[in-house]
Design a protein around this ligand. Structure first.
Ligand SMILES: [Mn+2]
Length: 339
């Protein structure tokens, strides 16, 4: 007898749900999170498990909104999911329980599919966590091919775009799985929809924020800093991607100052300085942070920042100190002092 696929195992578990089954991506879902949720919703329906996709906070970015419209993704905000309760089960996608970027809803989180650093089993009955994958979309895409299910064009295109975005056009943290799935999805996708999405990556309003933010850019060696004003901090990552494309800059630290605290987004293509290590050192003892070697995020609540300190200087000081120490350590390894 053929061994059960991951999808079969997951569907078997979810059939036992006492009430509804929800799929929950991280808050402020990005294209990878939306595609993963959308594709899993389709796959589970193929196995007779009906689900609803639910998310918290807002979908802010223009391309994420465009995805919902183009592919008709059935996603509702948690606040509007009136039937959601403690009897319901949830599958987390592109996030894990206990992450700072996901709201703990009343549901029982029984399963997780993710590509972030493993945070340990949080009581899941099913987990498929592959930190080496550049996107969650590639992991979910594999479920189609493992089960000989052909994704409809809308699902294939959403997944292709999810891989595209999370790997920065197949150049950031890309794993063989991302490439393999990209190749297999490509022929099933509607490339004109990808072109449409590429043409909707920022709104006219975003452009104003970017214009202000780029005036704040400061470069120190390979580090590029950027401060974003206002509440629209979903632009942080995208602004950081632009800063890192500046010649000579290999690490970008983008941050937004809100009344409630500081939000950080770090990108790195520097071998010696992992984005996740840098962000962890910046928030050490005062906040939370994590991510991948190429991209990471963090948050420092306002009450943990001494009022007497200038936040910009404080952040830059911590980042530069960590950068210098890593560089020094790497140089030490490369050129051992002769006895
Ligand atoms: Mn992702």
């Amino acid at each position: 007898m053929a061994e059960k696929t991951k999808l079969d195992v997951l569907a078997d578990i979810l059939r036992k749900a006492p009430d509804e089954v929800f799929i929950q991506p991280h808050n402020v879902p990005d294209p990878d999170a939306i595609a993963s949720g959308f594709a899993l919703h389709y796959l589970l329906a193929q196995r007779g498990v009906e689900t609803k996709i639910v998310y918290d906070l807002e979908i802010e970015k223009a391309n994420s909104l465009k995805m919902l419209e183009l592919f008709n993704v059935p996603m509702v905000r948690a606040a509007e999911a009136y039937t959601l309760g403690t009897e319901d089960w949830a599958v987390l996608v592109d996030a894990q329980k206990g992450n700072s970027n996901i709201t703990d809803l009343p549901t029982d989180e029984v399963a997780v599919i993710d590509h972030h650093e493993y945070r340990g089993n949080q009581g899941y009955r099913f987990e498929d966590i592959r930190p080496e994958a550049g996107s969650c979309s590639a992991i979910v895409a594999e479920y189609f091919f493992e089960n000989n299910i052909i994704p409809p064009a809308a699902v294939a295109t959403a997944l292709l775009y999810g891989i595209f975005m999370d790997t920065d056009n197949l150049t950031r943290g890309t794993d063989a799985l991302d490439l393999d799935m990209f190749y297999r999805l490509y022929g099933l996708s509607d490339i004109s929809a990808i072109v449409d999405l590429r043409g909707n990556e920022i709104s006219a309003n975003d452009l104003k924020f970017y214009a202000e933010a780029f005036k704040t850019v400061e470069v120190y060696d390979e580090l590029g800093f950027l401060r974003l004003a206002g509440v629209n901090d979903s632009l942080l990552g995208a602004a950081g991607d632009i800063v890192i494309s500046v010649s000579g800059v290999n690490i970008s630290v983008a941050y937004a100052l809100r009344e409630s605290g500081v939000k950080l987004s770090v990108r790195s293509t520097c071998r010696e300085v992992k984005a996740s290590d840098l962000v962890c050192s910046m928030v050490e003892g005062i906040g939370v942070g994590g991510g991948h070697s190429h991209m990471a995020g963090g948050y420092i609540p306002a009450e943990n920042i001494a009022k007497t300190r200038i936040v910009d200087t404080f952040l830059k000081h911590r980042a530069i100190a960590f950068y210098e120490s890593r560089k020094k350590a790497a140089a030490g390894v490369a050129q051992p002092v002769s006895p």
